[in-house]
Design a protein around this ligand. Structure first.
Ligand code: PEP
Ligand code: MN
Length: 337
């Protein structure tokens, strides 16, 4: 429920209303604006109705939040949220490109790839030390030593690092190394992980599940915000459809849809979205054109020998070409590189 107060509502009156909302077992939000104060009340709709806030003399209007997600909705929070990963602002005027190999494979591999993406203009480095693999025999990442290599290279090159956390048992260690925590597609509805990550004061990069509806992605983000973490970046990374020509179907409809309904920034991952190296650049440009706040792109110093996702990883020279091609598209839609 969104409760708009009259301009003459006093501080004390506002405090009393917030206390009433809290006492009813609801989550109370205080959103002072330049002209008037807006309150939020989240929780059981029946309890909300019983409060009869519309009858309060200092309440101008009471409006239900129609979407099932509340804290992530634009209804409650009209202005864009800017998420900071290190010094990098996601969701502001600058289109941000986060790049790196699928996995940290060795010190040389992560360092060489990081140097290449930095030279081409990437603003953050992303690689996995814990990899969710379909087969139990696939390379599942180096774990703690992968985290250390990633942190060292990030520090050396001055790039913030993003890496996936798959399990609550690893959360403390991953959070101690990373500038942002990725929750992967397979864990988008791991509610225990969402609740735990929601309590950490680190930005989160939340990927859409491969069979998740947009509403489910936004409700997964709601878990993070409800647990207290408002620094959430959403990622469209392709969904499973009947189409098998590509690894996934990159749902670019989701970008303007999400931007219209939520205040959270959204990135596109054209690497997992297509699974095909030669489709990454065109879909990355399309992502910029349709209003994404940036990209998550896989780049490998030598994709031919990558231990995971080589077929969708760009060669460094292709990444450089992508960065050059993005400029005019990004500017055409009113953003900056
Ligand atoms: C990844 O980012 O390398 C990854 C495993 O992605 P997703 O969770 O989107 O499949
Ligand atoms: Mn990958």
């Amino acid at each position: 429920m969104i409760i708009v107060l009259k301009p003459e509502a006093s501080f004390e009156h506002t405090e009393r209303l917030l206390a009433r909302i809290t006492a009813a077992g609801l989550k109370a939000l205080h959103m002072p604006g330049s002209e008037r104060v807006v309150l939020g009340a989240l929780g059981d709709e029946r309890v909300l109705a019983e409060l009869h806030l519309e009858g309060d003399p200092m309440v101008e209007s009471v409006k239900p939040i129609l979407a099932p997600y509340k804290l992530v909705s634009r209804e409650l929070h009209p202005h864009d949220t800017i998420v900071r990963i290190g010094e990098v602002a996601i969701g502001g005027p600058v289109f941000q490109v986060i790049a790196g190999p699928c996995a940290v494979e060795s010190r040389d591999q992560i360092r060489n790839t990081a140097m290449a993406v930095k030279a081409a203009g990437a603003s953050a480095l992303r690689a996995g030390a814990y990899k969710p693999r379909t087969s139990p025999y696939g390379f599942a990442g180096h774990g703690p030593s992968g985290l250390s290599m990633l942190r060292e290279v990030g520090d050396e090159l001055g790039l913030p690092i993003v890496t996936e956390v798959m399990d609550t048992a690893d959360l403390e260690l991953v959070a101690a190394h990373a500038d942002a925590l990725q929750i992967g597609a397979r864990n988008m509805q791991n509610f225990a992980l969402l609740r735990a990550v929601g309590k950490v004061r680190k930005p989160v990069v939340l990927k859409r599940g491969m069979s998740a509806k947009i509403e489910e992605l936004l409700l997964a983000a709601e878990y993070l915000l409800a647990a207290g973490n408002e620094q959430v970046v959403l990622v469209e990374r392709g969904i499973r459809t009947f189409e098998t020509a590509t690894r996934n179907t990159l749902d670019l409809n989701a970008i303007p849809y999400i931007k219209q309904r939520t205040h959270l920034p959204v990135l596109v991952d054209p690497s997992h979205g297509t699974g095909v190296r030669d489709l990454v650049i065109p879909m990355a440009l399309a992502a910029a054109a349709c209003g994404a706040d940036g990209l998550l792109v896989e780049v490998h110093e030598n994709p031919a020998v990558a231990l995971s996702d080589g077929a969708q990883s760009l060669y460094p020279a292709q990444f450089e070409a992508l960065m050059a091609a993005l400029g005019p598209v990004v500017r055409a839609v009113g953003r900056q590189m």
